[in-house]
Design a protein around this ligand. Sequence first.
Ligand code: SAH
Length: 220
Amino acid sequence: MIEDWKFERRRERLVEELREKGITDERVLAAIHRVPRHRFVDQALIQRAYNDEALPIGLKQTISQPYTVAFQSQTLAPKKGERILEIGTGSGYQASVLFEMGAQVFSVERMRGLYERTTPLLRSLGYKIVTRFGDGMQGWESMGPYDGIIVTAGALEIPEVLLHQLKKPEGMKSGGRMIIPVGPRKGQVMTYVVRIGEDSYESVELEECRFVPLLGSTEG
Ligand code: SAH
């Protein structure tokens, strides 16, 4: 039996570290304070669960570094009840942070092994996240359109299909937004995109980052 309380203090320290690194959104910090990251990593790595580092989760994939999870969540800034699509469920940690922020989370994973392991884990932790096994490059049209899309694998370019699944702006309300690492395998740039019209989008490049690759259904 894992003694969850032992990790409480470490989680507090991680939150402080993220604050020092520039994360200011209290809703993000509160969510990270609540989600038991040690339950999302392998038993053998449990002592490292609250270090600010990415860790292997098997099948050549990683659970993102907490700073990266915080940065993507802070940029996406989901409001309560908003529909958010995540591409790359992986361990389920990022999805759980968004869920704790009050979002309605849908998440797609292309590796069956991860999908099959993570779906019951999320359920057992009480995170009501809707997961799907499939190619996230295609998005998840039937559940959309989305207030936000978060891509947690590095894309060579922004998949057009995903842009179309963002909500269109309505009156004074701006359209859906997306946070996605874009660039070659060796390194990407975190890119923030907002839908501003039927066929128009505005994007800004934020900071450099490094993710495992976003792969299509027949690759890798
Ligand atoms: N958000 C995850 C990060 C996992 S790493 C977490 O919090 O743990 C990125 C994940 O994206 C991997 O699990 C990988 O299998 C998945 N992935 C890569 N390409 C994908 C695609 N086209 N569709 C869905 N998932 C994909």
